[in-house]
Ligand binder design. Structure first.
Ligand code: ATP
Ligand code: MG
Length: 569
């Protein structure tokens, strides 16, 4: 392909709306263009990358026994009503009506459609296991579409669904997918980690996320270098703290103190000169129509996923401050667990705290010397905080560390959640009717492209990993007016593309500096430069995008040299 003919409109300026590197570079290098918030067109170079990602995914899904299908994007409301998710899915679902006023959704995911499909046509254990997948656009009206392709409202996903006879079958399908996913991200040369993930309130179900490591990642990961435990912070358990052996302090009499204007943990620390560890903060939530309060140590972060799972509620929203003060008659900054008019859920650490300070449920007042048990009894005491660096590993007790990643894949044991709700059953060996045991497995194809850039770039642009690069190699003749340079460029071009390599030739009449800059921005992994000096010695320059040095290679050895590099990456 000639550079002069590729449709990749580049930008000189960093677009102001682009906050993270992958978004900036994909826009600047002419890979994507925005149509509306979270909705993008993929230009030719981007589409080449996407096709490479899809091919790797396809090959591994097929190898694991998956069969590709293509299901409708438009999904009738009835199916979602049957599964009970029409209401639950909320505003994230794009909804529409047809001319007969019937309701539909643009598919955010396909459990309902596939369960119906399999229910209609699969009736016997003999037809199981069945693994069906598709690669398709998904639609989610995300609250905050952002970071370009990372969190789109229209995005490309691979979703596979497994149907098995029993739990053992599901375990096997899950293992196959786990291994296939690992191969996929390895084949793309991406640095990734598999972490335990939250699987929602339906207990017992296993779930893992595949994370591409990147400091800009939205997901915080805790991991243990000793035993290889790794989990999304949403999921990571904090082991119950052990009493450190020191004698517990004696409970002192409860005391109410006047604290005008003191609202936050920091305020309390400053005005009373106490550490955050001796303060308990109360966070008030609106959970399926009632107020609940979560109490945790002043220096800790509440884990909303853990609280939501504990409550088993559909919707958990941080309560509106104005409403709280109207309804409960006290402002948010003065809330506390003692004498509370809302249900109190306490983090397990509170049990070990003696004589702590908290809001008094009265504006301008705090309580001192509060003790759980004597002064208040929570509904439940549970693990409610986020794990942090230095916490003990829940498996081996070594110190945990933290890092960040981008969730690119998610595998999930569903069990009979959908098959029971939608009455999707088969006849087992004994002629007994049983619900399918299901699993679902997603990969964000378009998000993976962005994640690859997030992980592989420098100040000059993208550095595509070879297996997913739009083109593998670019040939840059320094001066397109010199026939000997152009002749050699075309001759190398023919030889390499003849082997099936994807090659660009920069035929533009531009200065060498401009061509190098563009090649770097676009991220083409290998570059062959043909210049007058080297040519005198019958040599050309080879440069890997991810290294600084260039090497001189004899013209007659160039094809072999390129093949040797390609075989290493
Ligand atoms: P997230 O927590 O990031 O919202 P999710 O748990 O909603 O993700 P799944 O429903 O498991 O995601 O979807 C499977 C995969 O699809 C995710 O692992 C991710 O790679 C991708 N994905 C999900 N939402 C988006 C989005 N809005 N834009 C791009 N890719 C997405
Ligand atoms: Mg989501």
């Amino acid at each position: 392909m000639k550079s002069s003919e590729i449709f990749n409109p580049t930008l000189r300026e960093v677009p102001s709306e682009a906050e993270i590197v992958s978004h900036q570079l994909l826009l600047r290098a002419g890979f994507i263009r925005k149509n509306s918030g979270g909705v993008y067109s993929y230009l030719p170079l981007a589409f080449r990358v996407l096709k490479k990602i899809m091919n790797i995914v396809r090959e591994e899904m097929d190898r694991a026994g998956g069969q590709e299908v293509l299901m409708p994007i438009i999904q009738p409301a009835e199916l979602w009503q049957e599964s009970g998710r029409w209401e639950v899915y909320g505003d994230e679902m794009f909804r529409l009506k047809d001319r007969h006023k019937r309701s539909f959704a643009l598919g955010p995911t396909h459990e309902e459609i596939i369960t119906t499909l399999v229910k209609q046509d699969v009736h016997s254990y003999r037809d199981l296991p069945l693994l069906l997948y598709q690669i398709q656009n998904k639609y989610r009206d995300e609250i905050r579409p952002r970071f370009g392709l990372m969190r789109g409202r229209e995005f490309i996903m691979k979703d596979l669904y497994s149907f098995d006879i029993d739990e053992d079958g599901l375990d096997l399908s899950y293992k196959k997918m786990y291994e296939a996913y690992s191969r996929i991200f390895e084949r793309m040369n991406l640095k990734y980690r598999v972490v335990e993930a939250d699987s929602g309130a339906i207990g017992g179900n296993e779930s893992h996320e595949f994370m591409v490591m990147a400091s800009s990642g939205e997901a915080e990961i805790v991991y243990c270098d000793k035993c290889h435990y790794a989990a999304n912070v949403e999921k990571a358990q904090c082991p119950a703290p052990e009493p450190d052996g020191a004698k517990r302090a004696e409970a002192r009499p409860l005391e109410k103190i006047h604290t005008p204007g003191v609202r936050t943990v920091e305020d309390v620390m400053h005005s009373l000169a106490v550490p955050a560890e001796s303060i308990v903060k109360t966070l008030i939530y609106w959970a399926d129509g009632e107020y609940v309060g979560a109490v945790i140590r002043g220096d800790r972060e509440l884990n909303e996923v853990k609280l939501k799972n504990l409550l088993g509620c559909n919707e958990l929203l941080i309560a509106d401050e104005n409403q709280v003060s109207q309804v409960l008659g006290v402002s948010v900054g003065s809330l506390g667990p003692v004498g509370a008019e809302f249900k109190v859920y306490a983090d397990q650490e509170i049990e070990l705290m003696d004589n702590f300070i908290c809001g008094a449920n009265e504006d301008g007042y705090h309580l001192m010397n509060v003790n759980l048990g004597r002064d208040f009894v929570p509904e439940t005491i549970a693990d409610l905080r986020n794990a942090i660096k230095g916490d003990p590993c829940p498996v081996c007790s070594a110190e945990l560390d933290t890092t960040r990643g981008i969730e690119v894949g998610h595998i999930f044991k569903l069990g009979t959640k959908y098959s029971e709700a939608m009455k999707a059953t088969f006849l087992d060996k004994n002629g007994q009717e049983r619900p399918f045991i299901m699993g679902c497995y997603g990969i964000g194809i378009s998000r993976t492209m962005a994640a690859a850039v997030e992980q592989n770039h420098d100040e000059n642009g993208i550095i595509w990993p070879l297996p997913i690069a739009p083109y593998q190699l670019i040939i840059v003749p320094i001066n397109t007016k010199k026939t000997e340079q152009m002749d050699l460029a075309w001759s190398i071009y023919e030889q390499l593309s003849g082997q099936g390599l994807e090659v660009i030739i920069d035929d533009r009449d531009e200065r060498a500096g401009v061509k190098f800059k563009d090649a770097d921005l676009t991220g083409i992994p290998l570059r062959i430069t043909i210049g007058p000096k080297a040519l005198q010695e019958n040599k050309v320059e080879v440069k890997k995008r991810w290294e600084n040095e260039t090497v001189l290679i004899a013209v007659e050895d160039i094809v072999e040299e390129i093949n040797s590099i390609l075989s290493q990456y």
